[in-house]
Design a protein. Structure first.
Length: 202
């Protein structure tokens, strides 16, 4: 298993993953154990894109909506694998802040720039946890009358679900672990890791 070491205080180096959520005044070392490899992610994206293209085979333009900030790496790899006409837009929401636990309050920090009425829309989420964020976003977008509205999530934590919602497509189902990497952060850090890893405090 591949592991990276980290510390809440200290300088960053190439083999260290560093981050902080909560009290940054207290030094707390941790390691990040690889859960899903970069190779496995790439292979799964290829599979998912084949399914997406079948579903949207009759579309003139697919509006791909990424939920910032955690989905930015996933959406970049996803749209490059989709051999179809796509338009990319973004929504930024907040339910975590700098906490390790999702809150039930979902705020829209950045809305879409374009219109989706009458268009086919695919919402891209990094991880479905409690489900509150995705539920809130789908209600908002559905009110704008898209032709078709589907969702894809890289990761799913069904054990944490508090709402009756599930993405149309899911990359990987994971246990109730705090994960980082591949766009997912630990207080805005660790997004650049090429794999999905579990944070383990030492």
């Amino acid at each position: 298993m591949r592991s990276w070491s980290g510390h809440l205080l200290g300088s960053t180096c190439r083999d260290r993953a560093e981050g902080s959520r909560g009290n940054t005044e207290v030094s707390q070392p941790y390691v990040i154990d690889e859960l899903i490899s970069a190779k496995a992610i790439a292979a799964r994206i290829e599979e998912l894109c084949r399914e997406i293209k079948k579903t949207y085979s009759d579309t003139e333009k697919l509006v791909v909506v990424g939920l910032l900030r955690g989905s930015f790496v996933f959406i970049a790899d996803l749209v490059r694998e989709l051999d179809m006409n796509v338009e990319v837009d973004f929504l930024e929401t907040s339910s975590y802040g700098d906490s390790m636990v999702s809150s039930r309050e979902v705020r829209i920090l950045k809305d879409l720039r374009g219109e989706i009425e009458g268009h086919d829309v695919l919402v891209v989420e990094d991880i479905v946890d409690t489900g509150h964020t995705l539920s809130h976003v789908l209600k908002l977008l559905q009110s704008r009358n898209p032709r078709k509205l589907e969702t894809i999530a890289l990761l799913d934590k069904p054990s944490r679900r508090e709402t009756d919602i599930r993405a149309t497509w899911t990359g990987f189902e994971i246990p109730d672990e705090f994960v980082v990497g591949y766009g997912i952060d630990y207080a805005q850090r660790n997004r650049n890791l090429p794999f999905i890893g579990c944070v383990r405090f030492t």
